[in-house]
Design a protein around this ligand. Sequence first.
Ligand code: HEM
Ligand code: MG
Length: 301
Amino acid sequence: MSTPQTAILPEHMTACIVIEANAASTDMAKIKAACRQSLQRLQQHRALQPEAKLGMCIGFGDAVWQSLRQPGEGLDLKPFAPLGKGLAPATQHDIAIHIQSLSHGANMLLALAVLAAFGDSIRPADETHGFRLREERGYDGFVDGTENPEGADRCPIGIIAEPNLDAGGSYLLLQKYRHDLHKWAKITEEQQANVIGRSKHSNEELPSEQRLPTSHLGRVDLKENGQGLKIIRQSLPYGNASGEQGLMFIAYCARLRNIEQQLLSMFGELDGKTDLLLSKISTAISGSYYFVPSQERLADL
Ligand code: HEM
Ligand code: MG
């Protein structure tokens, strides 16, 4: 049996903590034990605050996964490589911890317990706290997640199916985008809608004859052999009022290819056209890929 980790499938969560870290040594014994313990901590914290609906995924970058994998597991995984002549930097790390729920406090208590379990076996390199703002809208004012797969559609898109050796697993992209909200405020709502490819207030898709090929939807709403390249997005806004604001982009998929094709398209690597988001509001400031094994594999690395 393979059970997916618990931050992939839940919908409409309102808070997340994302920690990216590097292994402190090549000896994986402590990290394996910490993964087992972290699953126990998750169960304990779920029991303490069931209403928070806590979920957590632990994933591994290619360098570490090479030493943990059994033959045939997570074969699509590779290190994140820079795209678009530096427009998308690579900041690949070894371990990703993604915690999400309906409660920032519950996330924080679990994150502390999980980091305590890892102790000095990892060195955290980045920690980002995400939160819902209003109506699932980003700082840009647009609803984010409308075309996210829902309900029973999510599992086949997000989770590697049986009978594969890595069934229950998933691929994860973490990519942080910093927004320039002053720049965004200088263009009209109509121009903003053309950047996204949907209307702002009513959140409707622009008619296809009006949709720019360089709009965000023009870049990421992709088909291959007549099939939509679908992914599951768990992104949330991050930041603080006096400093930086942006989107912590978080995506899971049973095939790394779906995520990668969308990135190649956004950053001009398919047809030379780049996503208008990148010139009108957002700068990618990190990027990394992880394999997220099933709970059973995580407990038995
Ligand atoms: C759709 C915002 C980055 C993949 C959307 C929508 C918004 C949005 C407002 C329309 C509503 C929806 O369906 O969710 C952003 C912002 C980003 C960002 C502000 C970064 C600054 C990305 C990245 C990817 C991506 C990096 C993929 C690697 C998608 C997909 C859709 C979507 C697949 C649905 C397309 C469809 O089928 O209609 N995004 N996004 N987005 N985005 Fe993004
Ligand atoms: Mg679509």
